[in-house]
Design a protein around this ligand. Structure first.
Ligand SMILES: CC(C)(COP(=O)(O)OP(=O)(O)OC[C@H]1O[C@@H](n2cnc3c(N)ncnc32)[C@H](O)[C@@H]1OP(=O)(O)O)[C@@H](O)C(=O)NCCC(=O)NCCS
Length: 149
């Protein structure tokens, strides 16, 4: 049986970094829109998250096998530290056909290895992704509350 390798890459974005290509922006946004499933957002929100990263700071992480996108994540830099974590892991998803094979772990290793400073994220209490985050040291000391408007 032939074995293929999954390549995980980190791309820093923001001031002083090369611009995010329109092709990658579209590919990552569409991928996340499709594979986040019930944990996702509308496409314009995912595009806005990429645009924030490109303009103000953040990163895009991709996992590919022979060029095919199997997983992606977007992080944003908050511009703050100490009282607020430096980074927010906004989206992470693995292709629906490729889950449970370590692609998510590869992305988390890239994310925790590449970013400097603390990382915040939110996850629904019953989402299996919670086990993945806990494996990488994420804890939930706080209850997130929002005034949505
Ligand atoms: C969460 C997600 C990114 C994990 O990716 P993945 O490639 O399937 O994860 P991995 O194969 O690398 O598994 C990593 C760890 O996550 C946990 N995990 C992942 N999926 C799980 C599941 N369905 N049930 C229980 N644990 C799970 C396990 O602890 C696993 O570690 P182990 O192999 O030592 O048991 C993927 O399931 C996904 O895209 N889900 C839909 C989108 C989503 O929920 N995103 C997060 C929103 S907060």
């Amino acid at each position: 049986m032939s074995q293929t390798t999954i390549h995980t890459t980190a791309l820093s974005l923001g001031p002083g970094q090369p611009p995010l290509s329109a092709v990658l922006r579209e590919e990552v946004a569409q991928f996340l829109f499709t594979h986040l499933e019930e944990y996702g957002d509308d496409l314009p929100d995912i595009q806005a998250c990429l645009d924030y990263a490109a303009e103000r700071g953040g990163a895009v992480f991709t996992a590919r096998e022979e060029g095919r996108l199997l997983g992606a994540s977007i992080t944003n830099r908050t511009g703050m530290s100490g009282f607020i974590p430096e980074n927010i892991l906004v989206y992470i998803a693995v292709h629906g056909d490729s889950r449970g094979k370590g692609v998510g772990k590869g992305l988390m290793e890239a994310i925790t290895g590449h970013l400097s400073g603390s990382i915040a994220l939110h996850v629904e209490p019953h989402n299996p992704a919670r086990a993945l985050y806990e494996r990488y040291g994420f804890t939930n000391k706080y209850l997130e509350m929002r005034l949505t408007r």
